[in-house]
Design a protein. Structure first.
Length: 298
């Protein structure tokens, strides 16, 4: 005897790029490139348990729907498009109770030609992506989170690490000045929205949420005289919550990408450690991984 405990199915890696043209100047254009995952939950157990495909919305139709809704609706901010897409499935099919939309937005940054922003040319300035997750329920409620992933940063000073447990397992030397580098993975959750129109009414604060989280992350990383990745992470998250009234929770996962001093004293007494360090050895593994979730209130 077995029972079907949990299911979800959908289409992953739906790719699309949308071009939006300025109505007064069609050569002034905006581009948005997404990789999207659509997952549905509902009453389609028969498809699993008795091989009855009757209740299946095909994953191919989910891909088609994504393209059609991207044509008929704004795709920016991605939080709104995720909400529109998620609401479509729970509103169109009575037996679908929840949808889960995950959007990865790839960077296309307008670049300058002869000192002026070009109206239709863009560059991929890094692997960093913007992330959106929308969980849409059939009662209309929408749970949104925004995020950043793969934002690779490094500072060459302004980071120390000392005062930690010294026991028989410890070999790490204390440092007042080290390189700090991480690939930022940040997620922030918004208060629940009562439907797509509530999301639409909040597009400014959703866009601001993304810009503010990114700017706070970069500024705090640069300016904090860091005692540890843990302490810098906490300062970032606290500020994002303070700066965004609709954000109630922030999570970070920060790999500590180590760069170690290289002792060159064996060669003619060359000084290259501590305050004399200039040439470092980047470490690919192992790496620290520092995570935390910080919530508004107690
Ligand atoms: O910022 C840090 N936090 C740690 O917990 C840790 N552990 C370690 O070896 N180096 C570091 N750096």
């Amino acid at each position: 005897m077995v029972s079907l405990t949990a299911t979800r199915y959908g289409k992953d890696n739906i790719r699309l790029l949308k071009v939006e043209r300025d109505p007064s100047n069609p050569r002034l254009q905006y581009v948005y490139e997404f990789t999207i995952r659509v997952m549905l939950e509902g009453d389609y157990e028969a498809a699993y348990t008795i091989a009855d495909n009757g209740p299946i919305v095909t994953t191919d139709s989910m891909k088609n729907t994504t393209h059609i809704l991207a044509k008929k609706n704004p795709v920016s901010p991605p939080e709104l498009f995720a909400s529109i897409l998620g609401a479509h499935f729970v509103n169109t099919y009575d037996h679908i109770h929840k949808s889960f939309i995950h959007i990865i937005q790839h960077r296309w940054t307008r670049y300058e030609v002869d000192g002026a922003p070009h109206d239709h040319s863009f560059l991929r300035d890094g692997a960093e992506v913007r992330i959106v997750d929308a969980e849409v329920h059939e009662d209309g409620k929408i749970f949104l989170s925004g995020g950043i992933s793969d934002l690779l940063v490094l500072k060459s000073t302004g980071s120390a690490f000392y005062g930690y447990i010294q026991d028989k397992y410890t070999t790490l030397p204390e440092t007042r000045d080290r390189i700090m580098s991480t690939s930022v993975d940040a997620t922030w959750k918004y208060d629940v929205f009562e439907g797509v129109e509530a999301v639409r009414a909040s597009v400014k604060s959703l866009e601001k949420g993304y810009q503010s989280a990114r700017e706070i992350t970069l500024k705090t990383f640069a300016t904090d005289e860091s005692a540890s990745v843990q302490a810098t992470l906490y300062r970032m998250a606290k500020q994002i919550i303070a700066d965004n009234s609709q954000v109630n929770q922030v999570s970070y996962a920060l790999p500590n990408k180590h760069y170690f001093d290289i002792d060159l004293s064996w060669f003619e007494g060359l000084k290259n450690t501590g305050a004399d360090a200039e040439v470092y050895a980047p470490q690919s593994n192992p790496n620290g991984l520092i995570t935390a979730t910080i919530s508004r209130g107690d």
